[in-house]
Design a protein around this ligand. Structure first.
Ligand code: SDX
Length: 442
């Protein structure tokens, strides 16, 4: 039975007591419970009561907010969006339905979906002057560099949706971002290959429109392969949101200062670009091409396990998932479907990836550290089969994750407990010392 979303609860019995053994002083702190998942210790009084901070580099055990959007159980490999399992959403929905669910908390009726699709479709064009903005980049600029710049520049164009205190303006900005990201990403690709920009077509659905803008030219009619459109739609669903990951936390932190939504999403794009996060899908393809063939897997894994070697098995491991990433399982299945439907019997990269996964999952190094394939391990192989260049992989991730980012941003702005994010530190630098004029130094 599903439990409805309720505000976090805390009752008098639910407490923990922290004792400072040096002074013998004990502090009792409230414990808060959500609907499912770990309870949290409310440490908001900790500093005023003890003069101490908590210490948690990388926020491994820190809850930064209360949220009702996405729930992850890393041990059970569970991913829920507003209570619905990712497996059900990937199988029965299209991306616009999942985007509606994330934004509005409920799956749409047929009429609601039709209106939402109409509204998003009619925001897919960008201000014509934005097209000139691309001209400032070198043709070989990484698409993510272009996306950071162009998305941040949206705040210079859409002055009627910058007031974050106005729910209507917040929703307009959210729709604009969801609608325009495919156009902005596709144009970054077109610009990099010297082809003219292709405008969005209102008769095409979200994923199909995106592929059309990526691959059509003005010279002939281009019909998107329905297999490709279905695969892209599913990949967008699998990347839509994922709780308080690095880029989402970046969007929330940027938004906590009152920054406009376009600037916040540009910050999220920047964070997603890193190879430890959304840049991993591009890094997986580079890694597979470096390994070359199955005979070199042993040598590669030896480097991965060597403490003095920074080499990592990209697409493996996750901060939260310690058994399996449910998205990776769906991605692997989609990979086989797409390659099968494309009549690709032997994809050397897929076979290499599957052999690598098989060997790694039997290796103590990975078993002990609970390292399993994550969402990025197989996505790049599908992207490559769809004809997407490696440099565009993370840009596709950003297109999908924009829906999650704007949803989390809205929740943050609407949160009555929200305040500017301002973490503290454990200072280990120099204590106060006298200034020495330059004539007396050295
Ligand atoms: C995404 O947070 C999210 O939800 C992210 C994401 C989303 O949808 O938003 O799911 C998307 O970013 C997926 C992750 C993509 N990144 C990669 O595939 C890059 C490779 N993986 C890692 O770098 C790493 O696993 C992380 C960054 C994903 C997780 O890092 P953690 O949780 O900080 O773990 P860690 O670095 O502390 O590693 C624990 C141990 C270490 O060994 P010891 O020091 O204990 O001996 O595992 C090792 C690490 O060296 N390890 C790896 C490894 N990942 C961790 N060793 C080899 N290869 C790897 N991939």
């Amino acid at each position: 039975m599903s439990q409805s979303a309720t505000a976090a609860k805390s009752n008098a019995k639910d407490t923990v007591t922290v004792t400072d053994n040096a002074s013998g002083k004990a502090v009792t702190l409230p414990v808060m419970s959500g609907t499912i998942g770990p309870k949290v210790i409310d440490i908001r009084r900790l500093y005023s009561d003890t003069g101490m901070f908590t210490y948690d580099p990388g926020f491994v055990a820190t809850g930064s907010c209360e949220s009702r959007i996405t729930y992850i159980d890393g041990d059970a490999g569970v991913l829920l969006h507003r209570g619905y399992p990712i497996e059900d959403l990937a199988q029965h929905c299209d991306f616009t339905e999942v985007a509606y669910l994330l934004l509005k908390s409920e799956l749409p009726t047929a009429a609601e979906k039709e209106k939402f699709v109409y509204d998003i479709t009619h925001h897919t064009m960008v201000h014509e002057q934005l097209a000139m903005f691309y001209r400032g980049f070198r043709r070989d600029a990484h698409p993510m560099a272009v996306m950071c710049g162009v998305v941040g520049a949206l705040s210079a164009f859409y002055h009627d949706s910058l007031d974050i205190s106005d729910p209507h303006q917040r929703m307009i900005a959210s729709y604009r971002l969801i609608a325009k990201m495919p156009t902005i990403a596709a144009w970054a690709y077109k610009y990099s290959i010297g082809q003219p920009f292709i405008y969005p077509q209102n008769g095409l659905r979200y994923a199909e429109n995106f592929l059309h803008m990526l691959f059509a030219t003005p010279c002939e009619t281009f019909n998107v392969n329905p297999v490709f459109a279905k695969a892209m739609d599913k990949i967008l669903i699998l990347h839509a949101d994922h709780e308080q990951n690095a880029s989402t936390s970046t969007v929330r932190l940027a938004g906590s200062s009152g920054a406009n939504p376009f600037a916040c999403i540009a910050a999220g794009i920047a964070s997603l670009w890193g190879p430890a996060h959304g840049g991993a899908n591009e890094a997986v393809l580079t890694m597979l091409k470096q390994i070359g063939n199955k005979s070199y897997i042993g040598e590669f894994l030896k480097r991965v396990k060597d403490r003095d070697d920074a080499t990592r098995l990209m697409g493996f491991g996750h901060r939260v998932y310690k058994n399996f990433d449910p998205r990776a399982s769906i991605m692997r299945k989609t990979c086989h479907e797409v390659l099968g439907e494309l009549g690709i019997k032997h994809d050397p990269l897929l076979e290499l990836a599957m052999e690598l996964e098989k060997i790694a999952l039997q290796d103590d190094y990975f078993i002990q550290r609970k390292l399993y394939p994550n969402v990025d391990f197989y996505s790049g192989i599908i992207f490559q089969a769809l004809g997407i260049p490696t440099t565009m992989f993370t840009a596709l991730f950003a297109v999908a994750r924009t829906t999650g980012w704007v949803t989390q941003w809205n929740e943050m702005v609407e949160d009555p407990n929200q305040k500017i994010g301002r973490p503290r530190q454990l200072y280990t630098g120099r204590t106060r010392r006298e200034f020495v004029p330059i004539v007396r130094r050295g």
